[in-house]
Design a protein around this ligand. Structure first.
Ligand SMILES: Nc1nc2c(ncn2[C@@H]2O[C@H](COP(=O)(O)OP(=O)(O)O)[C@@H](O)[C@H]2O)c(=O)[nH]1
Ligand SMILES: [Mg+2]
Length: 210
């Protein structure tokens, strides 16, 4: 497994060529986004606990999981949580919209600190994202609770989302104890294989149709 920082992107023109499956990461500042990206990359490439910056950039990280599979992990800082100064908001929205329209963006991970209930801002953003992409909810910092408490908190969050979003996958992780991180990486790889299988089936259909 090899990881590297690919690039920072400020405008749509700077988005890299769609050569790999991409996974977006969104979440409120301090929810553990950089820590999770580092955990998945098994590196310290993403900066943790940096002051929530004003610079609005998308950061691309490349993860070569094995010789066959390369993934792009995409940090979408500040997205949806109104941290952006007004005049930057428009450019930023355009960039995010262009990002989300990319066919090779397989899924968006919505990170959320397990200790916080999902509020209206979270639910609106989830709804917006689900209109355009597959989304998973990733509950972070589960080490803050005992196993019994974790179950209660996950159940409470499930109860909030179940009536609103059908079949939203929920992953639980602790960056501190590295719980669930390898599983999330495996999940990402599975999503890539699903794409490949879908493409193969489409090719077969095309072939038979001719
Ligand atoms: N206990 C615990 N702390 C975490 C976890 N993930 C991140 N943190 C801490 O939460 C703070 C914010 O983490 P960071 O990854 O920078 O969050 P970001 O702002 O979302 O990128 C840091 O002090 C991390 O060490 C976790 O799973 N468990
Ligand atoms: Mg961060």
């Amino acid at each position: 497994m090899q990881a590297r920082y690919l690039k920072a992107v400020a405008t749509s023109e700077q988005l890299p060529a769609p050569v790999a499956c991409e996974f977006g990461f969104v979440g409120r500042s301090n929810c553990g986004k950089s820590s999770l990206i580092n955990g998945l990359l098994n590196s310290k490439l993403a900066r943790t606990s940096a002051m929530p910056g004003r610079t609005q950039m998308i950061h691309y990280f490349e993860l070569q999981v094995n010789p066959e599979t390369c993934l792009f992990l995409v940090d979408l800082p500040g997205y949806g949580f109104n941290k952006t100064p007004k005049k930057l908001q428009k450019t930023w929205d355009l960039l995010i919209r262009d990002f989300l329209e990319r066919a090779n963006v397989r899924e968006v991970f919505f990170l959320h600190d397990i200790r916080r209930p999902l509020d209206d801002v979270d639910l609106c953003l989830l709804e917006d994202l689900l209109e355009v992409k597959r989304v998973s909810l990733v509950l972070t910092k589960i080490d803050k609770f005992s196993v019994q408490q974790q179950k209660q908190y996950v159940a409470a969050i499930q109860a909030t989302i179940a009536p609103l979003f059908e079949d939203l996958p929920v992953h639980t992780i602790s960056n501190l104890h590295k719980t669930g991180v390898a599983e999330l990486r495996t999940y990402m790889q599975e999503q890539v294989h699903h794409v490949e299988e879908e493409e193969e089936t489409e090719e077969e259909v095309d072939h038979e149709g001719k």
